[in-house]
Design a protein around this ligand. Structure first.
Ligand code: GLN
Length: 198
């Protein structure tokens, strides 16, 4: 599996390292030609306002929207969750989310007191709890009806999936634990769940 890591800005290098560790071939994606080569994509943490601008400037927004509409498997972490969401609160006015997962998220929504924190996150899909590193994380305030909440912290969704789109408000690439990346790569390789007949 060739897994792209959007490399316009932010925490892409650590994602690429974890992807290599789980046996995938990471490719840094900066241009449409890179995107065309990948089987799945990671949208990393960083600064979602900057990444949103760079998506336009690099000409990647439109091809990325097309790949997402075509069912591209994608993992978005932190700022990546913000970029992939349907709705962004406290974003910049010119920030345009991709609308790939029906979530309403508030940028830096955990507030100043708990700006950044770490906590164990129970994720049924991968067994034992996962160490969640939250850095100026988005707070999920609205979950659309088609979205599965896979983990919560204090009553707020922190790991969600809709179709082939998986997003976390924490940074799995910083946990020293490759289970979420491994699971993402395995699910992407398996393809989308079959549509039930009937
Ligand atoms: N607060 C950042 C933003 O709004 C996200 C932080 C992160 O990705 N660690 O994009």
């Amino acid at each position: 599996m060739k897994i792209g890591v959007l490399a316009l800005q932010g925490a892409f290098a650590r994602h690429a390292a974890v992807l290599s560790a789980v046996g995938a071939a990471p490719l840094e994606v900066r241009h449409a030609g890179d995107l065309a080569q990948v089987d799945a994509l990671v949208v990393p943490g960083g600064e979602s306002t900057t990444m949103s601008m760079l998506l336009e400037a690099s000409g990647l927004r439109e091809p990325l929207e097309e790949r997402l509409a075509g069912g591209l498997a994608v993992l978005g972490t932190c700022a990546g969750m913000i970029l992939l969401a349907a709705e962004v609160l406290d974003g910049r006015l010119d920030q345009r989310p991709l609308g790939a997962i029906d979530l309403g998220v508030r940028r830096n929504g955990y507030g100043r007191q708990v700006d950044s924190f770490e906590t164990e996150v129970a994720v049924e899909e991968i067994g034992a709890p996962f160490h969640g590193v939250f850095i100026r994380a988005p707070l999920v305030e609205r979950v659309g009806p088609g979205v599965e909440v896979l983990a919560e912290v204090d009553g707020h969704a922190v790991l969600c999936r809709e179709g082939n789109v998986l997003v976390s408000s924490f940074h799995p690439e910083l946990a020293g634990d490759d289970r979420i990346h491994r699971w993402f790569v395995e699910s992407a390789a398996a393809g989308p769940d079959p549509v039930p007949e009937g």
